[in-house]
Structure formats: C-alpha cells, structure tokens
Design a protein around this ligand. Structure first.
Ligand code: NDP
Ligand code: OXD
Length: 313
C-alpha cells in the first residue's frame, strides 16, 4: 500500500490555526507534521516553510520539494540553508495577488488624486481644492511585471493611466509600454510620476532604488515600495524627499522589520509606513494552489513556480 504523503509545516511568524484548519479541510489525506514534532524524519516528502528555524532541512533523506509560504524567497537562499538538489517553489496565490492589486491601486489613486497634498493642508486647516490631472496625463511605472506587478499593471491600465513596466526580460502586456534590462531603465523612469516597486530581491535589484534612480524621475514623483526594504537606499530616499525630488512615499517593507521606533520614516509627514501587510498569503487560496502543484508532482508531473536558484527568484 502507498504510504500516506507527509508534509513538514515549519512556518514561524504566522498564525498557525488558519493554515492547519485549511490543510485539514483540503488535504485530510496528507499527514502534516508541525516542526519540531516531526516524528521519523524519513517520512517527510514535502516541506512548507516561512522563516524556518535553523537546521530545519537537516536529516530529511526523502524530502522531494520545499514550498515557500511567501512569494519572496530571498531569505531561503542563505548559503547552506537549502539541501542540495531539492527544488524550491515560491508562493503564487490568487488571494495574495488580489490583495497586492488592491493596495497598489489604492496608493496610486491616492497620489494621483493628490491626497498626500490634501493631508498636508488639513494639518494646517487650509481649505485648498487641488485640481487633479487627467489619468491620461499621469504616467505610472511598475518595476517587476511578474505575478503581482503584471496584475497591478493590467488593472491600472483600465483607469486610463499611461502604464509603463520594467522587467529583466522582455514582457508584453496589453496597453502597457514595456522596457527591460539595464538599458531600458532610464527611458522607463523618465516621465514616471508614480513608481511602484514589485521586484524580487536579488543581487541585481538590491539597492536599486537609490539616489541615482530617484534623480531620473520627474521632480515630485511618488514612490510605492511593496517589494522588499533592501530595494531602497533609505538615506537616499530621505534626501530625495528633503530636496523635493520625491514628493511622497508609501513603504510597506523595510531593511529591518519591525521598523525600529526611532526610524525617521515613522514620523515623516511625507512617508506612509505600512507594517508589511500590503498583501498577505491567504490560506484558503494558497493551499488550493499548493496542493494542486504538490499532487501533480507526486504523480510524476513538473512543479510550477519553481525558483531558479541561479537567477535568485
Ligand atoms: P515574479 O517572480 O512573478 O516577478 C518578478 C518580476 O521582476 C518579473 O517581471 C521579473 O522579470 C522582474 N525582475 C526580476 N529581476 C529583475 C531585474 N534584475 N531587472 C528587472 N526586472 C527584474 O514575482 P512576484 O510578482 O510574485 O513577486 C514580486 C516580489 O514582491 C516578491 O519577490 C516579494 O519580494 C514581493 N512581495 C511582497 C509582499 C508584501 O507583502 N509586501 C507580498 C508578496 C510579494 P522577468 O519577467 O523578466 O522574469
Ligand atoms: C511575500 C511576502 O513575499 O509576504 O509573500 O512578503
């Protein structure tokens, strides 16, 4: 008789109950072992992880694939953490994508409708109606045209914004002017008044949003970073805001999380701080996607959304 599939659950920093209830409801046939109570390590076929405890993959001789609870997997690429030759799968979750789409659209409209300027007037009790531009006159640029950036771009097109997108390789999305590679970055940035960062964190993208990049945007441009804190050079962003080059920023992710109470972002009138919740992996939809991938793999099929370790995402 075929042994029951067994999955190690090693996620820290998330509420366990919705995940365990979701697996119980959607996969009663899978034996879920919750770290550190893993039983016989030889039983474990698959692992589902988020910020896993150190040493979690050591001594699992039959591990066949690792599924990440998060879309961004850069912390799992720490040298020595992953076992050799075990595929890593990143999270692609319709629920996560919907959340990111909502958040990015909300903040783009916020800046487009100059709500940050109204907030400053309100603080001074100034009655000052501001005339919004037509959407067709406001260029929005998205760095990263993958699962998340691609959906945001498609939605924002429907508002009538001239949409630009930048990716590593060439992409095509209806209604979006696309750019790619290093040579495509400067023309992408030129005229982009609202810049959204939805890149994975890799060697190539770390520190990309620095003073040089920000200086290529039109004066007063707004930044929305919902990718990773290390994409942005904080001192450069603060200087660019100080000089007026950047009009306002929404930051959902930070170099250090939680953001330390003493950090200048907290009290900055032109910075909106959000505690890394622009989008959250949703157990209901994520488990559905994970299970269909896992079952296909168990039946001998290819894994979807496998991380290319050399590329870093
Ligand atoms: P995808 O892998 O689907 O897409 C990544 C996109 O970035 C692709 O278009 C890719 O280009 C592009 N890219 C990668 N490297 C470069 C580069 N060097 N230069 C230009 N473009 C590049 O990722 P997702 O859309 O699923 O997620 C993106 C990131 O969002 C995650 O890695 C994570 O860090 C972050 N995230 C944040 C959340 C939050 O709560 N704040 C929640 C979920 C994710 P190409 O198309 O050519 O491959
Ligand atoms: C993710 C995240 O990468 O939540 O999924 O940041």
């Amino acid at each position: 008789m075929k042994k029951k599939l067994c999955m190690l659950f090693a996620c820290t920093g998330v509420a366990l109950a919705p995940w365990l209830e979701g697996f119980a409801a959607q996969a009663p046939d899978i034996d879920i072992r919750i770290w550190p109570e893993i039983g016989d390590p030889a039983d474990i076929d698959y692992a589902f992880v988020w910020k896993p405890p150190t040493g979690v993959f050591a001594g699992l001789p039959n591990l066949r694939a690792i599924f990440s609870l998060g879309a961004g997997i850069e912390t799992l690429l720490t040298p020595g953490l992953l076992p050799d030759s075990v595929p890593l799968v990143r999270m692609v979750d319709p629920g996560l994508a919907v959340g990111m789409n909502e958040f990015v659209v909300m903040r783009v409209l916020h800046y487009h409708r100059r709500m940050h300027e109204h907030a400053a007037f309100q603080a001074e009790a100034v009655w000052m109606p501001l005339v919004p531009k037509l959407p067709e006159d406001r260029v929005v640029g998205i760095m990263g045209l993958g699962q998340l950036g691609g959906l945001c771009a498609r939605t924002l097109v429907s508002f009538g914004f001239p949409l630009r997108g930048w990716s590593r390789t060439q992409r095509q999305i209806d209604g979006v002017q696309t750019f790619h590679g290093q040579h495509g970055l400067a023309p992408f940035l030129q005229d982009t008044e609202i810049l959204v960062c939805l890149l994975p964190l890799t060697q190539d993208t770390s520190g990309l949003v620095n003073g040089h990049l920000l200086s290529q945007l039109p004066r007063g441009a707004c930044l929305i970073n919902t990718a990773r804190g290390a994409h942005v050079v904080d001192t450069d962003l603060l200087s660019a805001i100080e000089s007026g080059q950047i009009g306002a920023a929404t930051l959902d992710v930070f170099m250090q999380e939680p953001l330390p109470p003493s950090h200048p972002y907290w009290a900055h009138p032109k910075v909106t701080v959000v505690p890394h919740c622009s989008a959250i992996t949703q157990p209901k939809t994520a488990i559905r996607t994970l299970l269909s991938n896992l079952r296909c793999h168990d039946a001998g099929g290819m894994l979807e959304n496998q991380v290319d370790l050399a590329r870093g995402y």
